[in-house]
Design a protein around this ligand. Structure first.
Ligand code: FES
Length: 73
């Protein structure tokens, strides 16, 4: 089986840090909140906030683009 862009479907989980932005999580990982409850997700790839500015935690809402977040600080 393949994804729509012809990449093979795998159970691999990857997390990629975007420069000055979120962590892109790809794959079938379960995200849990501080209470240990699973956070529902509907996409195979999700962006996790690491700037602390998002209004929709744990997801990135683009606020890092306006709050001056720098990943190299
Ligand atoms: S990393 Fe995008 S809003 Fe925080």
């Amino acid at each position: 089986m393949s994804t729509p862009d012809s990449r093979p479907v795998t159970n691999e989980v990857t997390v990629r840090a975007c420069p000055d932005g979120p962590l892109l999580l790809r794959g079938p990982a379960t995200i849990v909140d501080e209470a240990g409850d699973a956070v529902p997700r509907s996409r195979a790839t999700v962006a996790l906030c690491r700037c602390g500015g998002t209004a929709i935690a744990p997801w990135c809402d683009g606020t890092h683009k306006v709050n001056g977040y720098r990943s190299d600080d």
